[in-house]
Design a protein around this ligand. Structure first.
Ligand SMILES: [Zn+2]
Length: 48
């Protein structure tokens, strides 16, 4: 049981770090008001 809780909390700890994995800078070609950059985990450029 303790192992299960440990695994859960470990998952909870790693999940947000994956979601926030893309800090990085904005590309120069980013449209005004947007920030485009490469998501290193997927290799896809996206803007937000
Ligand atoms: Zn992003």
């Amino acid at each position: 049981m303790t192992k299960f809780i440990l695994a859960l909390s470990l998952l909870a700890l790693t999940m947000p770090s994956v979601a926030n994995a893309h800090g990085g800078g904005c590309r120069k070609s980013s449209p005004p008001g947007q920030c485009c950059h490469m998501d290193n985990s997927t290799g896809v450029v996206h803007c937000h």
